[in-house]
Design a protein around this ligand. Structure first.
Ligand code: HEM
Length: 84
């Protein structure tokens, strides 16, 4: 996706989470499909750290891990202020 195009949660980020990701993480209180939850900066930062495996088990456990491009897109979305 072009670097200058605004990143949207609904259009670009939400589709990257599989049903199994949403369901497993909901049980642990991490609401990957809930815009109000994931757009809170602290939650978005924690999800980004989990996707990268910074200081914790990389998510999803055992992969398939997000590509460098997908992680960069999530990071760009966070930097943009987590727009809907
Ligand atoms: C705040 C961010 C996150 C935290 C703290 C977190 C933590 C955890 C923990 C503790 C488990 C259970 C133990 C384990 O299997 O290692 C787990 C399971 C899982 N997580 Fe996450 N996770 C986060 C984000 C994510 C994200 C972003 C994804 C997907 C892109 C994801 C996908 C999964 C899946 C699919 C499982 C179930 C694995 C299985 O049972 O085989 N998680 N997560």
């Amino acid at each position: 996706m072009p670097e200058d195009k605004p990143v949207s949660f609904a259009a670009d980020i939400r589709p990257l989470f599989r049903d199994i990701d949403v369901e497993h993480m909901r049980d642990l209180g991490v609401l990957l499909d809930d815009y109000a939850y994931i757009s809170e900066r602290a939650n978005a930062d924690n999800v980004l750290a989990a996707l990268k495996g910074d200081g914790q088990t990389q998510m999803p456990p055992h992969g398939p891990y997000w590509s460098v491009e997908q992680i960069a897109l999530f990071s760009r979305w966070v930097d943009a202020g987590c727009p809907p």
